[in-house]
Design a protein around this ligand. Structure first.
Ligand code: HEM
Length: 202
């Protein structure tokens, strides 16, 4: 019974990492990338997102609660669960460790980022190009954001690799090797999108 529950939570954790949290991450990075076309283009894109119908419902049920569950259960996995990694090679053991480490760094980054933006917006601040430009004006914050985005994107891309294994999509060693190349290409591409956006505010 307890094992069944654990299995269910693991599957839920895995699924939520991709749908909806991973999809939201990609969408968020694409909207931010509008900053490369100037303040007005970014403000228009951000404004469009802010004015989506059912905004609070979407924020709570599509972003906040799934992310909260994934993060809390992720911390539990990172610190307690013992997994059998012996069937994987040296490289995969490293990626396994980096997945947990990047989860923790990502949690710190997202908590700070949400505090600085969404929570301040709830207190009445305007979330726009100027707000982000002010934040990354501080070189420490600029680096914090760059490293935070790299960590988040790595966690998502490498997470996709294990997601495909967890759900029986990549079973053979060959498909898992191809998946390594594809997910690392996703990591590089999304890192470029994310970093270009941050530099556009700097
Ligand atoms: C934007 C935020 C995040 C995204 C998009 C994301 C995405 C993912 C994905 C796709 C997976 C792979 C699921 C699988 O193996 O089947 C995963 C795994 C994991 N995530 Fe996250 N995650 C995020 C935030 C976090 C946070 C804040 C933590 C907190 C520590 C965390 C901890 C973990 C852990 C420990 C795993 C490994 C699970 C395992 O190996 O079984 N994640 N994540």
């Amino acid at each position: 019974m307890a094992e069944n529950r654990e299995f269910f939570y693991r599957r839920l954790h895995s699924l939520l990492g991709v749908i909806p949290v991973g999809l939201f991450l990609v969408q968020h990075l694409v909207v931010n990338h509008f900053a490369t076309r100037g303040p007005e283009a970014f403000n228009r894109a951000a404004h469009f997102m802010e004015n989506l119908p059912f905004r609070y419902f979407l924020e709570i049920f599509v972003i906040f609660l799934p992310l909260l569950f994934h993060a809390i259960y992720g911390l539990y996995i990172a610190f307690t669960a013992k997994n059998n990694v012996s069937r994987y090679n040296y490289f995969r053991n490293w990626m396994f460790m980096l997945q947990r480490l990047s989860g923790i760094i990502t949690l710190i980054f997202i908590t700070w980022h949400v505090w600085q933006t969404r929570v301040q917006a709830a207190f009445g601040a305007a979330v726009n190009y100027e707000m982000m430009a002010d934040i990354v004006d501080n070189p420490i914050m600029l680096w914090f954001y760059i490293l935070g985005v790299i960590s988040t994107v790595f966690h998502f891309a490498n997470g996709l690799w294990s997601f495909f294994v967890s759900w029986g999509i990549t079973v053979t060693p060959r498909s898992q090797l191809i998946s390594t190349y594809v997910t690392m290409a996703i990591f590089v591409a999304l890192s470029i999108v994310g970093i270009r956006a941050i530099l556009a505010f700097a």
